[in-house]
Design a protein around this ligand. Sequence first.
Ligand SMILES: *Cc1c(COP(=O)(O)O)cnc(C)c1O
Length: 424
Amino acid sequence: MKEHNFNPESLMMTYGYKPELSEGAIKCPIFQTSTFVFKTAEEGKAFFELAYGLREKSPKEELGLIYSRINNPNLEILENRLCLWDKADDCAVFESGMSAISTVLLEFLKPGDLLVYSNPVYGGTDHFIHHFLDKIGVETIGVMPNQTKEEILEMITNSGKADKLAMIYLETPANPTNDIVDIEMFSQIAKQFSTADRKTLVAVDNTYMGPLWQHPLQCGADLVLYSATKYIGGHSDLIAGAVLGSADLMLRVKTLRTFLGNMVSPHTAWLMLRSLETLKVRMDQQTKNAQIVAEYLKNHSKVENVYYLGLLEAGTEAFATYKKQCSAPGAMVSFDIVGGEKEAFTFLNNLKLMKLAVSLGSTESLAEHPKTMTHAGVDPEQCKKMNITERLVRLSIGVESAEDLVWDLEQALEKVELKKMETA
Ligand SMILES: *Cc1c(COP(=O)(O)O)cnc(C)c1O
């Protein structure tokens, strides 16, 4: 027989777990324990030497279990399985998406450095950039999705801090507008500003697409970040985050995690192991449903614009970038309702199957109003530039029957009254 490599979805049930170490249990138990017993004092010493980087690992040696802030079987198996989707060397899981993001920014940025980031970014990330990084003297430049490479290069050069460009942080597709940026182009920009003793890193928040439909590390990014609360958890019952990348970068991320103590708990890691088993079937169904929903909305008289990757028009730059770096259009659909806040709220208040809540990527469909909810803290001028207006509604599409979802949208839109046309 020819060599065969299993697809990640085939490995999500078993990879990295040895039943013989757990009484033959088919499923990995929850290792709800704070500490681990060493066989001998010599073993304990050897484990700590590796954990604290006091010596190099010998070829066959693996870091033994010490203490659940440093390592725990549920976390390690989860991290090994997440590595398969993004083809990463290593992964670190965190107690939230925000703790994954803030740990990466803290580890790789220091006072005096320059950070370039794409707009819009998640509200929490936006806050961390403008209210924390500013405070510790990290300079930041926000770029818009429609800016050209030349314009971005000029902004960096004109800042006078080009030699301090430590990181480019991207979120693509962006929440809530599905704007996309070209990861490969930004990794070329990063190369251009890297020096012999400082590599400019590219970090990508892949929450909207991942880990199935886009693989930033394969497009030249150095780190990929997730709010695992979303598709990876997928059932709206946990908060978690993840970071993946090369072994050398992940060693730094994991070391800071050890000392911030913001790793995920064994129980939450166990829930995510369970979630990963159905990740592909859930996400496949979600994106199929989303395409049907987007097409229905596009043709509705009370809907003006639909922001969905599956509706991008061939020939546009966004379409080219989408084709290059995404394998599916995802399950997030935003649209402008005809009218304003009143019409949007009438629609939201009348949904019967979809729930009115923030968050995304879960089995149940959710609807929200970005301007007054998820993006309420974003500068109003900035919101306007990014099409986050009173008319915008954001949907996260779940695994329900598409027929039922369309029925729900139809009946809720029916309740929305169009303003009487002004007579000329
Ligand atoms: C939800 C979200 C986050 C934050 O994750 P938490 O798990 O809520 O901390 C970060 N980025 C994006 C794109 C998100 O949607």
